[in-house]
Design a protein around this ligand. Structure first.
Ligand SMILES: NC(=O)c1ccc[n+]([C@@H]2O[C@H](COP(=O)([O-])OP(=O)(O)OC[C@H]3O[C@@H](n4cnc5c(N)ncnc54)[C@H](O)[C@@H]3O)[C@@H](O)[C@H]2O)c1
Ligand SMILES: O=P(O)(O)OC[C@@H](O)[C@@H](O)[C@H](O)[C@H](O)CO
Length: 513
């Protein structure tokens, strides 16, 4: 089967329902740090839509952010082309679209071709920076700059911007608009602060620091689209498309891009003019809705679902009991703890459940479970803490999900940088930061070897401030409740324990939806 590339576009007859409006000769106007699923199915797809509408006329250079990337060679083999498949239910109708995306001109591996990255800095037409390097990428790393590619993403950006500053002699007009997409609160401000810190570490001149502050915009953003990436039914899709695409990118039709940016950015990137769901300006409420409801529910379900035998979000939604668990968590615990107008939060939750029930949504629970302790801290702990503060009781579903998370972090062995857990005969990888991994390995070993009993084990786990950012034992009753839930899980397994929780809470008729 022929591979997707420019030649194929010239020669092949493609199925009629594949959207092919490719512009493969537009100038490079964007540099993007990251080439992962999310950027390809979201930002790059949006820039492609702007190009199709004649409202941007520019392409993207995608820079690989770590030495271990595998996407850049694939992108270049396909001349930057790839297919976005959007599958889901919109207003009750099943929607499935196929579109060849041509907004990426090429990929660059900065570890072998750093000069190519610097050449983009010398191109005045390149005025935008996008990124998604996961939360782990948007962090400060103290490192030296010796003229080759820095390790960290902010280090690369600092070196890139310094080269540009020098190439254009500090021209204010050469300043860039930087739009990071990492799910980090105030991601634009955070990135700017790290860049400024690195500029100081490297003794770059004060004038450069002034140029960054005065003439480069760093926008805070919030992104929302479930992009599951390369599908498990790729062979079927290739057959249907009639060509081979190593970068097939599957996502849902829903998308939301909130960008806190002023008029000139809105005019330069007029997403709103072509019907894309982009919100300009401050987005505090949207962030709370998205992170607390959608991401919160994901974190609430991943361990409970996985240890109950489900593999994907869709499996959870197809199981009456697990679905009830998620619904109770959202409607009875997360929503009451959000100080947002009732109709708005309920309607957002309804949409989230509809998105989770997307029949095509093969979103793997083990992927959602990566770095789950940190996700619990940012996505569910606010619900838990708020509940305790206002009601002096504990939210059962959220607390159970914490116990299930701890059970999920139960290793059968330590393997290099991660733990191996087991679900019956099957093994899975427990992926988290090195310190978290070592901590869970040690506490579970002590418990299994009888050095601690379950009460002390739970107290140790909840008391680790590095893991949770706080001592969770200080929440009244939490330690006992997690202990009781873990005991139930030990005795009956997760699924039976969930059943008990649901039955104790009643049949759920109090749900808003
Ligand atoms: N996939 C989604 O549905 C979705 C939706 C919204 C937000 N996100 C965000 O995207 C991230 C996952 O991205 P994806 O789905 O494209 O996955 P992916 O694995 O396809 O891409 C991850 C990218 O991050 C880079 N990266 C990983 N660790 C890094 C590090 N330490 N330093 C620098 N770069 C690093 C990788 O090289 C790769 O380019 C998540 O952290 C999430 O916050 C994903
Ligand atoms: O991508 P992560 O691993 O940070 O979190 C898992 C999911 O909650 C997340 O990817 C959502 O699907 C996404 O945030 C939807 O916009």
């Amino acid at each position: 089967m022929k591979r997707l590339n420019r030649q194929l576009l010239k020669r092949a007859e493609l199925p009629k329902d594949v959207i092919v409006e490719c512009q493969t000769d537009l100038p490079e106007r964007v540099i993007q740090f990251g080439e992962g699923n999310f950027l390809r199915g979201f930002v790059d797809w949006m820039i492609h839509q702007l190009n199709r509408a004649g409202k941007f006329s520019g392409r993207i250079v995608a820079v690989q952010p770590t030495p271990f990337g595998k996407v850049v060679p694939k992108l270049n083999k396909q001349d930057g082309l790839y297919t976005v498949v959007l599958r889901g239910v919109v207003n009750g109708d099943v929607v499935e679209t196929y579109e060849i995306i041509s907004s990426v001109s090429r990929g660059v591996n900065p570890y072998t071709d750093w000069q190519e990255v610097l050449k983009v800095a010398e191109n005045k037409e390149a005025q935008f920076v996008f990124s998604n390097t996961t939360e782990a990428g948007l962090t400060y790393l103290r490192e030296d700059y010796r003229g080759s590619s820095p390790q960290s993403f902010p280090g690369k950006l600092t070196a890139f911007l310094y080269h540009r500053y020098r190439a254009f002699d500090g021209d204010p007009e050469a300043g860039m608009t930087v739009i990071p997409c990492e799910l980090v609160e105030d991601n634009g401000d955070t990135l700017r602060d790290i860049v400024l810190q690195i500029a100081q570490d490297w003794n770059f001149p004060e004038d450069f620091i002034h140029w960054i502050q005065a003439h480069n915009r760093f926008c805070n953003t919030l992104v929302d689209r479930i992009v599951t990436g390369y599908p498990d039914d790729a062979a079927v899709l290739h057959e249907r498309l009639g060509y081979y695409d190593e970068l097939l990118t599957v996502g849902e039709p829903y998308h939301l891009f909130a960008i806190d940016a002023d008029g000139p950015v809105q005019q330069a990137l007029p997403f709103h003019e072509i019907g894309l769901n982009v919100s300009w300006g401050a987005f505090d409420v949207l962030r709370d809705l998205k992170v607390r409801i959608l991401n919160g529910a994901h974190t609430m379900m991943f361990a409970v679902g996985y240890l109950s035998g489900a593999n994907t979000v869709r499996d959870v939604m197809d199981d009456d009991l697990l679905k009830q668990f998620v619904r109770q968590g959202i409607y009875e615990e997360v929503l009451p703890s959000l100080n947002i107008e009732a109709e708005r939060k309920t309607s957002f939750a309804d949409t989230v459940l509809e998105r989770f029930s997307n029949p095509f949504n093969a979103h793997f629970l083990v992927d959602i479970g990566m770095n789950a302790t940190n996700k619990f801290r940012t996505r569910l702990l606010p619900t838990l803490a708020d509940w305790v503060r206002h009601r002096n009781t504990l939210p059962d579903v959220t607390v159970f999900s914490l116990a299930a998370l701890i059970a999920y972090y139960h290793p059968v062995r330590l393997e290099e940088a991660h733990l191996i857990g087991s679900r019956g005969e099957e093994e899975y990888r427990i992926r988290d930061g090195g310190e978290v991994i070592r901590f869970f390995y040690n506490v579970w070993e002590d418990y299994k070897n009888g050095k601690t009993d379950l009460s002390l084990f739970v107290q140790k786990v909840l008391g680790n401030r590095t893991v949770w950012g706080t001592d969770l034992n200080e929440l009244p009753g939490l330690s006992q409740a997690v202990h009781d839930n873990l005991r139930k899980i030990e005795r009956t397994g997760v699924k039976q324990a969930v059943k008990q929780i649901i039955e104790e809470k009643g049949n759920g008729t109090t749900w808003t939806s």
